[in-house]
Design a protein around this ligand. Structure first.
Ligand code: PMV
Length: 316
């Protein structure tokens, strides 16, 4: 039996603009994770069990577009392993589906790692990341690759599509409250909506993407270097302001929603340093930057404002 786990993630800055080549920042969230166990089965075939999504099926019965089946098939074809024993693959996850916490990418990464360890076929982070990216294409259509990257490396990343991966270190840890609107929001749809806007008026939206890219650039400096160049307080105030500014630009891109805006407002009202939607938008999650001591108060205010669930996480 082998087991593997992968964290969820949040995008701190830069979603949507990242699809158009601007930088974005994402960090792993270890409080939510996908877990995979693989063991020999007493039945013939490769059985995939994921009770949370009602999946209990033999590999060959699943269509070629099925994301979980595709991870398994891609692993066998790329590793050249063909004499397959009967297997039971059990997938569980505490990451809500379609909420912007990277559930699909986390399952792909945990599954590839579990297969690679079960079959003694070591894979580098880069190879795991490449496998997960192939599957992200099935989920999203034209993903930037940020989700699979932050989850495969399990470190903060400064991500620019097509550029070498840059992980970075956090100068001063900070606290984020994540709140789920409870409205499922397929990323494919919000990405498609932004694409239609962009097709109709490229200069206008390129300017918005530029502004978002600059926010990501500045935010990285504030997170990474605040120990040397800024006091902790000033660094966090700046980060909060950047979050607010980023949210305004995402509203302009039409990817916020009344539910997200209500949560963002309520977090700011009770003293969050900044707040924004996180991920594809139009539902899913928002994040608030808070002082550690006020995290519970902000989380409670978010629940009162209609959040379905909150997570308090320390970004280190
Ligand atoms: O909804 P999420 O968390 O998977 O994030 C999507 C981020 C986008 O920038 C909107 C799309 C992408 O592929 O980067």
């Amino acid at each position: 039996m082998t087991a593997s786990s992968a964290p969820g993630k949040i995008i701190l800055f830069g979603e949507h603009a990242v699809v158009y080549g601007r930088p974005a920042l994402a960090v792993p969230v270890t409080q939510v994770h996908a877990d995979v166990e693989i063991g020999d089965s007493d039945r013939a075939g490769i059985w995939i069990n994921a009770p949370a999504v009602d999946l209990h099926a033999e590999l060959n019965s699943l269509p070629s577009s099925h994301p979980v089946a595709s991870v398994v098939r891609n692993f066998f074809s790329s590793s050249g392993i063909s004499a397959l024993p009967p297997l039971d693959i059990n997938i569980s996850s505490t990451i809500p589906v379609a909420s912007g916490l990277g559930s699909g990418a986390a399952v792909s990464v945990a599954l590839v790692r579990a297969l690679s360890s079960f079959f003694f076929h070591p894979l580098s982070d880069e190879q795991v990341n490449a496998c997960a990216y192939e599957i992200e294409k099935l989920h999203h259509g034209m993903p930037s690759g940020i989700d699979n990257t932050v989850i495969a490396y399990a470190r903060p990343v400064y991500f620019t599509k097509g550029q070498p991966i840059e992980t970075f270190t956090v100068g001063n840890p900070f606290t984020i409250v994540i709140a789920d609107t409870g409205q499922p929001a397929p990323t494919k749809e919000s990405v498609g909506a932004v694409r239609r806007l962009w097709m109709n008026d490229r200069p206008r939206w390129e300017t918005v993407f530029d502004k978002i890219g600059e926010i990501s650039f500045t935010a990285r400096r504030a997170i990474e270097f605040c120990k040397q160049t800024l006091s902790e307080i000033k660094g966090q105030v700046l980060l909060g302001e950047l979050m607010n500014e980023n949210h305004g630009l995402l509203q302009e891109l039409t990817v916020s929603s009344p539910g997200l805006d209500a949560l963002v407002e309520s977090a700011r009202k009770v003293g969050a340093l900044g707040a924004k939607l996180s991920g594809g938008g139009r539902g899913g999650n928002m994040i608030a930057l808070v002082e550690k001591d006020s995290a519970q108060k902000v989380a409670q205010a978010l629940m009162n404002a209609g959040a379905k669930n909150t997570i308090i996480t320390q970004i280190t």
